[in-house]
Design a protein around this ligand. Structure first.
Ligand SMILES: Nc1ncnc2c1ncn2[C@@H]1O[C@H](COP(=O)(O)OP(=O)(O)OP(=O)(O)O)[C@@H](O)[C@H]1O
Ligand SMILES: [Mg+2]
Length: 459
């Protein structure tokens, strides 16, 4: 395959570490640009336009946080992974708060690094998280940028228009990749809060103490390493919108704390005594069936009623197949713009039919991924079914029984779980039981794998 390697900037003042990381990245097919001099590295940011930056936190003259600042200043569409030799919660919090996606503690395993890089590549880029770019973002999330001509989506747009005018609490429910975050942003940017912050936190990605401190902030000295007082994100989102992403993955302990904050509309920082009022619109998102989670005692019923004032259900793509052609067109034009290579991608009727037949378990995100691969690798314009299979080197497996009916969902879920379990077993076996390695093989985070291992009793 002649896919263009992904540029990654690596900064560390220790040459041997730098070489070690670069070698590993090159072996994985990335294109590392290594620098021992931070100033030189940041000067090269606009030219290299790395998709990921890996930087040591403590270096002579300048530190990793300044690299972060430089990335923001240059509006480079990238994600940052910071490396630290001192595993303090404090630097982890500052790293996450500053916008770094991940941090690695020295000495780290190579696998850990590669998993972090994969995750960084899979995440939305840093740039969308910063106010200077928020302005551009506003126009991106106009309602008309939500693509979908199906009647199901048309109804959703009408609902979203109403929601945007209100200040109500919203729960967005939908399978992975159906556009939950996009909907949350569209609500924000079409509401009277649009010039205030849009802040989101992924409740599944942070351990409890970090999540608590992120949400509510902490007072100086409230725990080892809390050198300064930090404001929580709920406080920082003042007068804006707050997205609690993957809310169904929050621990019961955190759910109680969140419930209290939402009921009282005020928070206390960790270790603090002052009550601080919060003024945010809360949008929660989940791909889980929260009612089922309540049954299983994994989710608090009272919190559910608190966050589920206006529910928005995003249907999976396979239930609105007429949206596939306009989405393809939309994504193809974005790809053309993003790649800057002016290439077009088009399908023959049988190629399009093939894409429409597929059941898209990963929904629009999966459609984007497949189209990007086709876009980058195709060397002709009208792609047929045969061309698609050849380029992807595999078939898009359609669910034979994807018709309609209530039992279908359960069947699909069982099938998916069965398949997922098999994949995990295989990956664990191939990795000789090493979870980090297995997560790498599965292109997922270690936390996700750990969760699934528990779910399927594979320990
Ligand atoms: N209606 C839409 N029109 C155009 N693009 C869309 C639409 N819905 C989603 N997308 C795109 O699909 C991708 C996935 O959307 P998003 O991240 O909002 O989904 P999600 O439900 O939050 O997914 P996950 O569960 O994986 O977090 C994004 O790149 C988004 O821009
Ligand atoms: Mg999401």
């Amino acid at each position: 395959m002649d896919k263009k390697p992904i540029p990654i900037l690596v900064i560390d003042d220790e040459e041997n570490i730098l070489n070690f990381i670069s070698k590993a990245l090159r072996k994985e097919g990335y294109e590392p640009h290594a620098f021992t001099d931070v100033r030189l590295a940041t000067a090269k940011l606009p030219a290299i336009r790395p998709q990921v930056v890996i930087s040591d936190i403590v270096m002579p003259h300048i530190n990793g946080f300044e690299v972060l600042e430089a990335v923001k200043r240059n509006n480079v569409d990238t994600n940052l992974i910071l490396i630290t030799a001192h595993a303090s919660l404090e630097s982890a919090i500052s790293a996450v708060r500053g916008g770094a996606l991940d941090y690695l503690v020295k000495p780290f395993e190579l696998d850990e690094l590669l998993v972090a890089v994969r995750r960084a590549l899979g995440q939305k880029r840093l740039s969308t998280a910063f106010p200077s770019i928020e302005k551009k973002t506003q126009s991106m999330y106009q309602m008309h940028n939500l693509i979908g001509t199906s009647s199901k989506m048309q109804e959703i747009y009408k609902l979203l228009e109403k929601i945007a005018k209100s200040d109500s609490t919203v729960l967005v429910v939908g399978e992975s990749g159906t556009g939950k975050e996009m909907v949350a942003r569209a609500i924000h940017y079409n509401s009277h809060r649009k010039d205030k912050p849009f802040v989101s936190i992924n409740c599944a990605s942070l351990p409890d103490p970090l999540l608590e401190s992120e949400l509510f902030g902490h007072e100086r000295g409230s725990f080892t390493g809390a050198f300064t007082t930090k404001l929580g994100l709920l406080e920082l989102a003042k007068e804006g919108t707050f997205l609690l992403d993957e809310v169904g993955d929050m621990s019961l302990a955190m759910q109680s704390k969140l419930l209290r904050a939402l009921q009282e509309r005020e928070i206390k920082r960790v270790g603090g005594i002052e009550n601080i009022p919060i003024d945010v619109r809360i949008i929660s998102a989940t791909s889980k069936d929260l009612r089922a989670e309540i049954e299983k005692k994994n989710f608090r019923e009272d919190l559910f009623y608190r966050i589920n004032v206006i529910p928005v259900f995003l249907p999976p793509l396979r239930e609105r197949k007429e949206d596939i052609p306009p989405l393809i067109q939309h994504i193809a034009s974005l790809l053309k713009e993003k790649s800057g290579i002016g290439k077009e991608i088009e399908f023959t009727p049988d190629g399009l039919g093939y894409l429409m037949e597929y059941h898209w378990p990963g929904n629009i995100r999966e459609l984007e991924n497949i189209l990007e691969r086709l876009y980058m690798l195709a060397d002709k314009k009208g792609l047929s079914k045969e061309d698609i299979i050849k380029i992807l080197s595999s078939e898009l497996k359609s669910e034979k029984s994807m018709t309609q009916g209530g039992t279908m969902l359960i069947e699909l879920k069982n099938e998916t779980e069965h398949f997922e379990r098999k994949m995990i077993e295989k990956a664990l076996e191939d990795a000789g039981g090493n979870k980090l390695q297995a997560a790498k093989l599965l292109h997922c985070s270690r936390q996700t794998l750990q969760y699934k291992v528990r779910k399927y009793n594979l320990d």
